[in-house]
Design a protein around this ligand. Sequence first.
Ligand code: CA
Length: 235
Amino acid sequence: MPAVKRILIIEDERPLAEAVGFSLEREGFQVDIALDGESGWRKCREGGYDLVLLDLMLPGMDGMEICRRLRRESDVPVIMLTAKDSEVDKVLGLEMGADDYVTKPFNMRELTARVKAVLRRWAGERQEKGDRLLRAGDIELDRERHEVRVGGRVVEMPLMEYRLLELFLRHPGKALPREYLISQVWEGDYFGQSKTLEVHVRRLREKIEPDPSRPSRIVTVRGVGYRFEAGGDGS
Ligand code: CA
C-alpha cells in the first residue's frame, strides 16, 4: 500500500487554507496548515512533507524567503500560490526555484491536478537521481559530476576525502570501524600510517562541520571509529 502523502499548506487566509486542505484531504492526502511564515518555516524544517503549497504574500516571513531557504536544504516540491501573473517569472526562476505555481483565484480541481502532476514528476526524477545524489542536511555528493556541495557551494575535495564522505553519507547514524573505513577508502593502498585516517577526517571536518573544533557531523566513537550524524548541523 503506498504511503499517504503529506502536504503542508502555508497560507494566511484561513478560509482559503481550510478549503484547499479539505479538497486535498478528500483526494486522500494528509494535510497540515500554517497560517503565517514563521510557523510555516518551522514545520518545513521538521520535514516529512511530500509537497509544500506556499502563499507568496504572508505576514512576517514571506513565501519568497521560505522558498529560498527551503531550496538550500531540501528538494521537497513547492507549488507557489501567487496573486499576480507578473510574479510568475520570479517564482519559477532560479532564485526561488519553485516547481510550479497557481494564480489566485484558482479552482480546487485545478489545484489538486497540479499537486498530483508535481508529485508524479518528482517521483520520476527522484528515481532517476536515485543513486546519483547522496545528501544530508546541506551536504550533497553528486556521483555523476563527482562533486561535493555544501550549502549549495562546490567544495574542493581530494579523492580520499571524497570516498570517505561517500561512505559516511551511505551509512548515517552507524558507528563505522576504522578498519572498515581504511579498507573501503584506500582499497589496500594504506601503508599502515596510523594517522592518515585521522588526517583525512580532520580535513573533511574542516569542510563540512559548522564548527570543526567541535564536530557534530563526523563524531568520534572511542575505540571504534567514526559515526556520521545526518542531522548534525549544530542547530
Ligand atoms: Ca496571503
